[in-house]
Design a protein around this ligand. Structure first.
Ligand SMILES: Nc1nc2c(ncn2[C@@H]2O[C@H](COP(=O)(O)OP(=O)(O)OP(=O)(O)O)[C@@H](O)[C@H]2O)c(=O)[nH]1
Ligand SMILES: Nc1nc2c(ncn2[C@@H]2O[C@H](COP(=O)(O)OP(=O)(O)OP(=O)(O)O)[C@@H](O)[C@H]2O)c(=O)[nH]1
Ligand SMILES: [Mg+2]
Ligand SMILES: [Mg+2]
Ligand SMILES: [Zn+2]
Ligand SMILES: [Zn+2]
Lengths: 211, 211
């Protein structure tokens, strides 16, 4: 049995379920430590008064990220993949059964920190958001092309560190656009709060489109 | 056929070949952009006058890292894994055939930037070096335990950025030691040159041990 085509089949089932319930599902992907959880913590605190938010957390080990999410005010289910390198559609399907996801809500899936394998596994998401940090080097889109080809939005995070690192925003954007001309970009410092307004607007635009 | 046990068999073949030729082989692993290539560039420039150095470079796409290595003065072979997430022993075996690796030399293997999958694939190396950046968060050893359990040395890089990030060196070291009490540590800024002397000494100690 082809692992990828079986995953794609289950992903479509998830996709249909989300559409039936008007749930906006986003798959957040990045290298380890680019800022996924920090971005989600801020997003939850800002939006929880006006939007229902649920989170599925994926990590090899620990519940640290799910605990951070819960402290921010949203319900989270932690998946531990053990030696596994990516979330797949079946894991998401099983995690959804552990939560009562409301209609008209937002579901964030924070994938295992890995710029490689998650690119190949559709989870049924409506949008995929790739986060890169300015500390990782501007050549990452060229070296890990499948992740950038399969994403809808690229958040360039930790812009507060730009004075101390060799990173050309222009190069990173150009490299990523060569692979994926439709990719949108947001410059962000989750630490300082820069770019958060653009991110919330981008989210609200998609929520509105789905209605 | 069990992929892992087949890999382990080929890894042992590589290991025997390295021992027969007195080649010190090191497997350099990290997240994308933690500083592997920068560390190798500096190492080659410092040691090439007294040591023969060869490099195998692994990336999903591009030859950028192999080109950087060659500009630093060492011979490099680039492996592109396409959608693959890790180097394996067979890829290394085939790459070795493309180079004439001298006896009594050092062979660095820079693995695909990925804290997950390379942990499971023995390449036949004598030592595995995991590099983390202070920008990634100090909880990485807990969240990606298999990589830290299977490494011999942990380089904590980009220490020049410590003033601007939330990273406790003490916590990172403690977490990693919980998993692997024998793990050694070097604090480094490949950008500023800090920690390079300790790294060269660590290398020279193992070269001496192998003779
Ligand atoms: N300077 C700076 N640090 C940041 C920023 N965003 C996140 N960080 C720090 O980066 C580290 C990692 O952040 P996380 O949010 O845990 O990253 P992550 O992508 O969720 O990490 P994993 O889930 O382990 O892959 C933490 O020490 C954060 O404080 C930022 O905008 N600027
Ligand atoms: N501030 C600072 N930046 C560094 C340091 N070491 C490397 N960098 C920067 O980090 C970025 C990535 O460095 P690389 O050496 O390409 O990292 P890598 O691990 O080889 O990356 P991949 O092979 O793509 O996984 C580059 O912009 C480097 O200049 C350091 O000690 N301090
Ligand atoms: Mg996280
Ligand atoms: Mg590199
Ligand atoms: Zn994988
Ligand atoms: Zn893998």
């Amino acid at each position: 049995m082809d692992v990828l085509s079986e995953n794609n089949r289950l992903a479509e089932r998830n996709r249909g379920w989300f559409e039936g319930k008007q749930v906006l599902c986003l798959n957040m992907v990045s290298s380890p430590g680019s800022g996924k959880t920090t971005i989600l913590e801020r997003t939850i605190k800002s939006l929880i008064s006006t939007h229902k938010i649920f989170v599925i957390e994926g990590d090899q080990q620990t519940s640290r990220d799910a605990e951070r999410i819960e402290r921010s005010g949203a319900q989270a289910v932690q998946i531990n993949t053990g030696s596994g390198c990516h979330l797949d559609a079946k894991m998401v399907y099983l995690a959804l059964k552990k939560m009562e996801v409301d209609n008209n809500s937002i579901l964030f899936i924070e994938n295992v920190g890995n710029l490689v394998c998650p690119a190949l596994f559709d989870l049924g998401e409506q949008k995929r958001v790739v986060i890169i940090s300015v500390t990782e080097g501007d050549d990452k889109p060229l070296k890990y092309p499948y992740m950038f080809q399969s994403s809808n939005l690229c958040i360039i995070n930790k812009t507060d560190l730009l004075p101390y690192v060799d990173f050309s925003v222009e190069n990173a954007v150009q490299y990523a656009r060569q692979l994926n001309p439709d990719l949108e970009f947001i410059l962000m410092s989750a630490k300082k709060g820069e770019g958060m307004a653009e991110w919330y607007q981008w989210l609200k635009n998609i929520v509105t489109l789905s209605d």
